[in-house]
Design a protein around this ligand. Structure first.
Ligand code: COA
Length: 341
């Protein structure tokens, strides 16, 4: 994993926001042919949060961003860039980041969405860090936010039991004072030959909206779940091993692994292949399901909020998703940050 050069980059604060409504496995049993036991055994998910009608990705992103800025102690005037990783933007354009920047009134900030499947979160963190390391920006608000519930076919048991809505955020900065963690290294990859494993095919250039695209259900997430499962199990262990090696860090020296919260079985089997204890993983997917580009931010924020990550510890954040993209980023905890209770 290439180490960052240039100016050091720090994490100053984190935040998250999920919609109020909780959807349980038992409720899903009444909607599609599934069982609580199947969902728990195959995924580890118990509940997920679902946005209310009219509650948009930009609303969740804004709330998470405000909390991250508060814990970071930065103001809107400090922001140089807002990056939002999302696969469920309110509209294709304008992007969510521009709306959030407007809602914040961050008048000296740029804004861009990063769309790279669920890995968008890691891509956004790496790009924000690269911009700071290069001296282009001083403070970047990085958000992962999703309202995938609007894009899911609620009659398709292969997908509807997996996903949840939510947003998480991180403030990256060149400013060391009171920092929570330092960004050390990152590696980003893609295998675009597998672009058909997860897609949302309808409504744009390839399949403009028509009665036929509606009939063919192209305006909903399509996923070859089992092939995704196999791809990740095959690609991720070697990639993570190589990544650590290139960063000069052994997998055994990583204190906490924050995986994309897609499926507990994937987390366990990748860690097993790396020879790492499953207890080293930070997991909260049982509460939130797969929140796509938001998931690692929710896991990081909750771990920080309860003081689970200690100074000197190394954290590896990794994700995978539509594309198929994958990537990772390593941080080293510096302070205990803000224990938020
Ligand atoms: N409830 C009950 N049965 C279900 C079901 C559900 N919600 N969803 C699928 N099934 C059935 C299938 O129809 C299949 O039945 P069959 O054997 O009669 O054909 C059986 O369960 C096994 O399906 P399979 O797809 O092989 O299950 P799996 O063990 O691979 O688990 C996933 C399915 C989706 C949980 C798993 O493949 C997965 O997590 N994949 C990765 C998905 C992912 O991470 N996506 C996001 C990436 S960003």
């Amino acid at each position: 994993m290439p180490l960052f050069s240039g100016r050091p980059v720090f994490v100053l604060g984190t935040g998250m926001h999920v919609p109020e409504k909780i959807l349980t496995n038992q409720e899903l049993e009444k909607m599609v042919e599934t069982t609580n036991e199947w969902i728990i055994e195959r995924t580890g998910i118990h509940t997920r949060h679902i946005a209310a009608p009219g509650e948009l990705t930009s609303d969740l992103a804004f709330a998470a961003g405000v909390q991250a800025m508060k814990t970071a102690g930065v103001t809107v005037d400090d922001l140089d860039m807002v990056l939002v990783a999302t696969n469920s933007p309110d509209t294709v354009f304008p992007g969510v980041a521009a709306k959030v920047q407007g809602m914040l009134g961050a008048n000296c900030s740029g804004a861009a969405d990063i769309q790279s499947g669920c890995t968008g979160c890691v891509y956004a963190l790496a790009m924000g860090s690269a911009g700071i390391a290069a001296g282009l920006w001083d403070n970047v608000l990085v958000i992962g936010a999703e309202v995938l519930s609007s894009l899911i076919d609620w009659q398709d048991r292969n997908t509807c039991v997996l996903f949840g809505d939510g947003a998480g955020a991180v403030v990256l900065s060149s400013n060391e004072a009171g920092n929570l963690a330092r960004i050390l290294a990152s590696d980003l990859r893609s295998d675009g030959t597998k672009h058909d494993l997860i897609c949302f095919p309808g409504g744009l250039v390839q399949n403009p909206a028509s009665e036929k695209t509606l009939e063919d259900n192209l305006h909903k997430v399509q996923m070859k779940g089992n092939e995704v499962f196999k791809f990740v199990n095959q690609a991720l262990p070697g990639f993570l091993h190589e990544s650590c090696e290139r960063a000069g860090i052994k997998a055994s020296e990583i204190d906490w692994w924050i995986f994309h919260q897609a499926n507990l079985r994937i987390i366990d089997s990748v860690l097993r292949r790396l020879g790492v204890e499953p207890a080293r993983a930070i997991v909260n997917l049982e509460k939130y399901g797969n929140t796509s580009a938001a998931s690692v931010f929710l896991a990081l924020h909750e771990a920080v909020a309860v003081g689970r990550l200690l100074p000197g510890q190394k954290i590896l954040i990794t994700s995978f998703g539509a594309g198929m993209t994958y990537g990772d980023i390593i941080l080293e905890m510096q302070g205990e940050g803000h224990v938020q209770g």
